[in-house]
Design a binder for this molecule. Sequence first.
Ligand SMILES: Nc1nc2c(ncn2[C@@H]2O[C@H](COP(=O)(O)OP(=O)(O)OP(=O)(O)O)[C@@H](O)[C@H]2O)c(=O)[nH]1
Ligand SMILES: [Mg+2]
Length: 358
Amino acid sequence: MQTGIIGLPQVGKTTLFKILTKAQLETKGSQAAAHVGVAKVREPRLDKLADLYHPKKLTYATVQYVDVSGLQKDRARDATVLAPLREVDALAHVVRLFDDPAVPHASGSIDPLRDVINLDLELMLADLDQITRRIERVEKDLKKKKEPAGEMELALLQRCRVAIEAETPLRELQFKPEETKLLTGFKFLTQRPMLYVLNLGDNEAAEIETAVARHKLESLANKPGTAVVPICGRLEAELVDLDEREAAELISSYGFKESGLDRLIHATYKLLGLISFFTAGEPEVRAWTIRQGASAVKAAGEIHSDIEQGFIRAEVVRWDDLLNAGSLAAARERAQVRLEGKEYVVQEGDVILFRHSG
Ligand SMILES: Nc1nc2c(ncn2[C@@H]2O[C@H](COP(=O)(O)OP(=O)(O)OP(=O)(O)O)[C@@H](O)[C@H]2O)c(=O)[nH]1
Ligand SMILES: [Mg+2]
């Protein structure tokens, strides 16, 4: 899973990237090329399962983040800047709320809603460009030869155009499955779920939980396919260099409930409708990520296509039942291990043992 970090220049994108991936990066000056980092998804339940199994290997789920250089107004349509963003599953827009005379804002003042509108507009214009060109192409083809697939595509694209012309991002529209399939190929930017990351000043650390209301930005979170997460970018980036104990102490001294990393990852999972399940044994205890509503056979496919193809059944136990029982055998005796078939809908926190042939 990949999230693209976007935002105007000098808003804290690279700072956020550092928080997420713990990468040591130069934060001064814009980078020409995008860079990709991997965030480990901290998972206390996995740690507890590891205490039970003492596995040779402990593997956390990961989320990839792509940091691109600042999107200037009127420059976002530049295809080379946007190219890395077309491949991501979600966008994280870093919105600047911190004021610092030493770090001038591209538009001269701090105005988060203005910045959100401007950047969304850039993304919409990029999509509109693409839609308009495609509509011309399809219309031309339809003139030569009428066919239903073309008619459907044209109607769909026209609907998208009308929405964007009314400044509605595509993520707010509802599509039928066959339309979604068709749209996948275009990789429209405004169709991606959007996480607005509010980058607060250090002085707001104690009030991070109430930042959205205080800055009257509730409207950002109330739309389909969006979420808002406040961070204290500079403060939280400093935590990256500390060991876990020191970091945890500082986090609680600031009054944060969870670290910026956890806050962001949880919001991303929720926004994308992702859940975690686990596999556990002596060789490896591991966390996996899938879409809510995915079947057991799909979950098997996450692990290996052979397990998906040779799927016989899944033995499923809730992670806390397994922990309380002390072993899979004990959980079986307590009748807490269920035998499930291919169509079983995997639940958050399931520990699954896949039985498969071959
Ligand atoms: N005061 C203050 N400064 C911050 C905060 N977050 C980032 N900065 C500073 O703002 C400057 C820009 O931060 P970056 O993370 O490099 O911003 P960016 O969006 O990646 O910038 P570009 O890639 O150049 O567009 C740096 O000097 C940071 O130290 C913050 O929360 N408070
Ligand atoms: Mg940067």
